[in-house]
Design a protein around this ligand. Structure first.
Ligand code: GLP
Length: 241
């Protein structure tokens, strides 16, 4: 595992964008999976700027949306689709992207379609993950099963309470749809990104305590090509080894 600690959020975002762009240049036409959430927004801003400067062609790879709140669609503020469209997908050819639609009640079909999308592109080559306050990645909540593919999950209480930050108000979200952690783990390259003091305890648990499905991010500790990108605050409990 490689850990890079940036001075601040801006540093972290620029460094993460460079890694993503480097992967896109090195492995065009492969499938990447980039987390939504607040953490990667700075990196996405930087990626869009890089594309404007002609430094990367974001439409040279394919995209699989990591997860979605069931019950929320692309027009709903705070849905993963809404966040990703605004931050990144708006500059990418639409046919390059497959995402979950939280308004589509046939979750099983959506899961099978996403799995086929992933298979038809030879698997995921690169995964960018954020980490939830309870250690979740995507909507692989604590206790997540070790199964290949995609599934729906009952949201953990921590996730439900944190969700307000995306919606500006409390919404009765109870279920998530997600690409499963095993499928994400199978990517050649994984970047785990975290920022802020409130994440420091869970970052420490994910990286320097025992691996357990109760902290899904910890399951990535022995990935052969894992880069962990932190700012000083998120790294504040990490013990140098
Ligand atoms: C959210 C999403 C994840 C995201 C994580 C961290 O609930 N389901 O995909 O990576 O939690 O989010 P944030 O970066 O906003 O802290």
């Amino acid at each position: 595992m490689y850990i890079k600690i940036g001075r601040d959020y801006n540093d972290l975002s620029i460094d993460t964008a460079k890694i993503i762009a480097g992967h896109i240049r090195a492995m065009p036409n492969t499938l990447v999976c980039l987390a939504a959430g607040n953490t990667p927004l700075g990196a996405f801003r930087e990626l869009v700027a890089m594309q404007e400067r002609g430094e990367v062609d974001l439409s040279s790879v394919w995209y699989a949306g990591l997860d979605e709140w069931v019950g929320l669609g692309p027009d709903d503020e705070g849905s993963c689709a809404n966040v990703m469209n605004d931050a990144l997908y708006k500059v990418i050819q639409k046919e390059r992207i497959r995402i979950f639609d939280g308004l589509d009640s046939d979750s099983d079909r959506q899961c099978r379609e996403m799995e086929n999308w992933i298979k038809s592109h030879g698997g995921i080559s690169f995964t960018l993950l954020g980490i939830g306050m309870n250690g979740h990645i995507g909507f692989n909540e604590p206790g997540t099963p070790d199964v290949d593919g995609c599934f729906t999950v009952a949201l953990d209480d921590v996730t439900k309470s944190v969700s307000k930050k995306y919606f500006g108000k409390e919404l009765p979200v109870t279920t998530g749809i997600t690409i499963g952690w095993r499928t994400l783990f199978n990517a050649q390259s994984v970047v785990l990104m975290s920022s802020g003091k409130d994440k420091a305890p869970i970052v420490k648990a994910a990286l320097q305590e025992s691996q357990t499905p109760n902290v899904p991010a910890s399951l990535f500790q022995n990935h052969s090509n894992l880069s962990v990108m932190l700012d000083n605050d998120a790294a504040s409990l990490i013990v140098p080894i």
